[in-house]
Design a protein around this ligand. Structure first.
Ligand code: ZN
Length: 365
């Protein structure tokens, strides 16, 4: 995520802080109504709240990792935390992963409640001690609210994921997602109107939820659909290749006369590299036309097989921005997968949603 930087890692999971979060701390610290001490107590409070948020997110991440789903990082934002984690395929695992966060928050709430009760009897004198007692009680409420609020079944919040997981136990995951998103958006609309009258903050969160649900829906459905489609169904099987000895003027010629702009590089019938449109255009701008493909090609790249599911290849295309994934069968290059093909596929799905699978499957036979 832009404007976030790493502050450390826990269990090998990078923890990042968004720059706006530091702004929040800064404004709490310099609040003129609180004075210096009040400002420091305010900062301490926010830091403790966000340690709670971090533990909540760690709950999700560690359970996800336990099930073998990769965890990328945890980002702390002023509105809360985000654990960037792959969602496990198995609905039971997804439910457990979603429940883990609120469970951590609930345990923290009980912990602070216990301490407030224990210490509450002894405190009550002096401004600073008073503030400390107040912090403990407030931390109890904040963590309790974190647990309860996240359990509202409004997808993509934790409660919505739990709902999706429960639905997916007995129906097609795409349908389960659609239903969970529908319920989530209905709740977001209700939250928005309640928020307008009682709390603007709630209204703002409702807007985020509504559109977040929509994005999640499209992403999830595309992933689930692509998971059922083999690479073979969408790969280009008639394609141009380059040789390491080709120079830039030859590359330019191929680009101008074909629809392709990302190429596999072949030497002695072996796949030795790839060049993407980005690499080629950068070379055309900066390097002389005698430059060989050998000097600009990417030598370490992801490759796939015809029967692998499309979602994995899509992930590599998007995350590594390579432009092309070679498809290899028995050591032989049989096709390539490009972003253009995937974009085209999305258009096909959009135009004929009822046929998306049968259309593709009919081709592979
Ligand atoms: Zn959560």
């Amino acid at each position: 995520m832009k404007w976030s930087f790493k502050i450390g890692s826990i269990f090998g999971i990078p923890i990042r802080i968004h720059i706006t979060f530091l702004l929040l701390l800064f404004f709490v610290a310099i609040n003129p109504h609180r004075g210096l001490l009040g400002g420091l107590v305010g900062v301490l409070f926010i830091v403790l709240v966000f340690i709670g948020v971090l533990l909540h997110e760690l709950g999700h991440s560690l359970v996800a990792r336990h099930f073998g789903a990769p965890v990328h990082d945890i980002i702390l934002l002023p509105i809360g935390g985000v654990s960037r984690t792959e969602i496990p395929e198995d609905p039971k695992q997804e439910i457990m992963m979603a429940v883990a966060g609120p469970v951590v928050s609930l345990i923290l709430a009980l912990f602070f409640l216990l301490f407030s009760i224990l210490l509450g009897y002894n405190l009550g004198f002096g401004h600073f001690l008073d503030a400390k007692a107040k912090i403990l009680v407030e931390l109890f409420y904040v963590n309790l609210m974190l647990a309860i609020f996240n359990l509202i079944p409004a997808f993509p919040m934790d409660g919505g994921r739990i709902l999706r997981g429960i639905l997916a136990l007995s129906m097609d995951p795409v349908r389960a997602t659609r239903i969970a998103v529908g319920i989530g958006q209905a709740l977001a609309v209700i939250m928005f109107f309640v928020g307008i009258f009682f709390n603007w903050w709630l209204a703002l969160i409702a807007i985020f939820l509504y559109f977040g649900a929509e994005t999640e829906e499209q992403g999830t459905i595309l992933r689930k659909v692509l998971h059922q489609v083999p690479v073979r169904a969408l790969m280009l099987d008639k394609f141009e290749v380059l040789s390491p000895e080709d120079d830039l003027s030859r590359v330019l010629e191929v680009i101008c006369h074909s629809a392709q702009s990302d190429f596999p590089v072949i030497e002695n019938n072996q796949l030795v590299g790839i060049v993407s449109k980005e690499v080629i255009f950068q070379a055309l701008r900066q390097l002389p036309s005698e430059t060989k493909v050998r000097d600009i090609m990417i030598r370490e790249f992801y490759q796939t097989e015809p029967d692998e599911p499309l979602d994995l290849a899509l992930k590599h295309l998007v995350e590594n921005k390579v432009g092309v994934v070679p498809v290899v069968e028995g050591g032989r290059l049989v096709g390539i997968l490009t972003m253009d093909q995937l974009a085209k596929y999305q258009l096909i799905c959009g135009a004929r949603p009822q046929e998306k699978l049968s259309f593709i499957y009919s081709r592979q036979k």
